[in-house]
Design a protein around this ligand. Structure first.
Ligand code: SF4
Ligand code: SF4
Length: 422
């Protein structure tokens, strides 16, 4: 099945890709001696370190903060080994990180337990904030800010993704199989935090049966999505739900992390991800300590990529090819995808031939060929008029381009330059 996806990625098949219908069980990976935590918190948000090399920190102690009170708490009792610069796994500029040497990495209860159903919403919001929770998105951002993008105003609708988004990735399905009973309580908690009147679980046929009864009993709607990429990306999910375009769509793992912070007093310390092998088949679902280097995950799996093989942080459609394996796992790393030398697309600098395939493939109906040209010639401001912000980075335009123009890379370059210019 997944080889078809690669074929599609190479532009050989019609613009819909099959998603995984099954999932390998989750295996836990032990933490290495050092773990790195980036201080970047999503678009334009960075924290400043509040610890120094050599400091002893307790679990829950704030490692970094900003002027509006966003925090990065330590998941462990640890020694701060160093403050360093970390590789940006999303192609951005390197950023600061705190490197910890944990004393031990068993989950530590650091907060007082709250009842997610009866606790005051402000207390719940405070907990999400003090646990430093991030969305488990392509580019993670503070969870509370994603749930309430306009500040205090309630959301009409909230959607929790109880399925995976990209071909070959099955981490969320594996998580539902493991923690199915906690899906509804987690969704209800996020619903309270967002002030949402309507809560939906976006499910596949495989995850539907695992959550159907508790969801129906709790009055939570089920939205069954086809096992086809890009139907799982936010704007298309929201459209299918008939909801307002600003509706937050939250991955299940972030919802469970919020539940754990509230009900168990825990700070999230792991990420469940799928390792996708060179032949496109899922090799494993791993529970990986946050802050572990990509190289260490591959070493655990017994994989040493060759010089010209590629390692992609993320899934095959939206992931970022890595120039170094020193980048670390964060809450947005839903997969590690290996691509053998020779099977990567040869991106070309050939000019656009105006075939229109990218426009036909684009789920958000953008003038992709023009955006690509403006980005190529560094006319980034012109891409704003073409609504580059509406691009959901699905990668389909690049996959179908007749002359293999690196459209997704150009779009990301333009977005980053526009963000940096703000
Ligand atoms: S422009 Fe963006 S949304 Fe449209 S196909 Fe390309 S990556 Fe997808
Ligand atoms: S698919 Fe490629 S060649 Fe065709 S219009 Fe789009 S950018 Fe141009």
């Amino acid at each position: 099945m997944f080889k078809n996806s690669i074929g599609r990625f190479l532009g050989l098949q019609p613009p819909r890709l099959p998603l995984e219908a099954g999932a390998l069980p989750i295996q836990s990976i032990d933490a290495p001696k050092l773990l790195s935590f980036a201080l970047g918190r999503g678009a334009g948000v960075g924290l400043s370190a509040s610890v120094a090399a050599g400091d002893e920190v307790d679990a829950g102690q704030v490692l970094a903060t900003d002027e509006v009170g966003r925090v990065l708490p330590s998941p462990y009792r640890a020694t701060v080994a160093t403050l360093s610069t970390s590789v940006n796994t999303r192609g951005g500029r390197p950023g600061q990180c705190v490197v910890l040497q944990p004393e031990n990495t068993s989950p530590a209860k650091v907060f007082e337990v709250l009842d997610p159903e009866s606790a005051d919403v402000e207390a719940l919001a405070g907990r999400v904030r003090e646990a430093g929770l991030l969305s488990a998105a392509l580019r993670p951002a503070p969870l509370l800010e994603v749930l309430r993008p306009t500040g205090d105003a309630d959301q009409e609708t909230l959607i929790v993704m109880v399925m995976d988004r990209e071909p070959g990735v099955s981490a969320t399905l594996a998580l539902v199989k493991e923690r199915g009973a906690q899906v509804v309580p987690a969704a209800k908690l996020l619903g309270r935090l967002a002030g949402a009147k309507r809560i939906l679980l976006a499910v596949s046929e495989a995850s539907l049966e695992l959550v159907r009864h508790p969801a129906e009993a709790a009055g939570i709607e089920l939205l069954t999505l086809p096992l086809e990429y890009p139907e799982t990306l936010d704007p298309l999910v929201v459209q299918r739900a008939g909801a307002d375009p600003s509706t937050p769509v939250i991955m299940l793992e972030a919802a469970l992390a919020a539940l754990d912070a509230v009900r168990e007093g825990l700070i999230p310390s792991t990420k469940v991800l799928t390792l996708i092998g060179m032949d496109g088949e899922p090799l494993a679902n791993y529970r990986v300590p946050l802050g572990m280097r990509l190289k260490e995950v591959l070493d655990h799996a017994g994989i040493t990529p060759g010089d010209r093989d590629k390692v992609i942080a993320g899934g095959p459609m939206r992931g970022y090819a890595q120039f170094s394996l020193d980048g670390v796992i964060d809450t947005g790393t839903e997969a590690l995808t290996l691509v053998a030398a020779g099977s990567m697309v040869d991106w070309s600098t050939d000019p656009c031939v105006n075939c229109g395939r990218c426009i036909e493939a684009c789920p958000t109906h953008l003038q992709v060929q023009l955006i690509g040209r403006y980005a190529e010639f560094e006319l980034f401001d012109r891409t704003v008029e073409l609504e580059i912000d509406e691009c959901i980075e699905c990668g389909l335009c690049a996959a179908v381009c007749t002359v293999n123009r690196p459209l997704l890379q150009l779009i990301r370059l333009a977005k980053r330059e526009l963000e940096d210019a703000q």
